[in-house]
Design a protein around this ligand. Sequence first.
Ligand SMILES: Cc1ncc(COP(=O)(O)O)c(C=O)c1O
Length: 192
Amino acid sequence: MSKSEPFLTTLCHKSPAAIVIESETEWHRLKKVAKISARIPILLRINPGKSFGGLNMAGGTQFGLSPEQGLSIAKAAASLAQVDFLGLHFYFGSQRLTVAPIIQAIEVVEEIIEFFRQANLDLKVIDLGLGCGVPYLAKDAALDISALRQQLSLRWQSETWSPIEIWAEAGRALVASAGFGVCNTKRNVFTT
Ligand SMILES: Cc1ncc(COP(=O)(O)O)c(C=O)c1O
């Protein structure tokens, strides 16, 4: 759902860690409501238009700016006193049950980081939704978290990532084991 002007105005008054801008429309709205007195930190949500298995959250119908749109907004933001461009946000897949598609997605993120650096744009923060999945069906095998941890910790030490503060958006992998879904299909009631 797109962030409206009133919603963005409310966010601006709440001293957010960052507002994630997901479209050019949201960017134009933010410019209207952001005040110079309260410099608003922003992240740009990039949709690289690629998918690697699990639930696809990339492509034309999904949220996010193309890398080129993101770059032009980041450049414009650099010359505006009312916003502080912090970096990029990525969430372009979910319910990934193997390590390979998560690492492939990270490789795409690294290409985009490089694309921004080539244009001399400093990225302080990268906010990542890695889309770690949980087994829903008897046939599903759980994601090997320790293998993922091993591969990611090596990557985080590389030159690409070492100057960057990584923010993580963990979803189902964090909360799925915290409760049970109980469903009565006759009455169409779902509780957790
Ligand atoms: C922007 C964003 N980040 C993170 C998540 C959590 O996703 P997951 O359950 O795949 O980890 C969602 C879920 O919809 C989301 O929209």
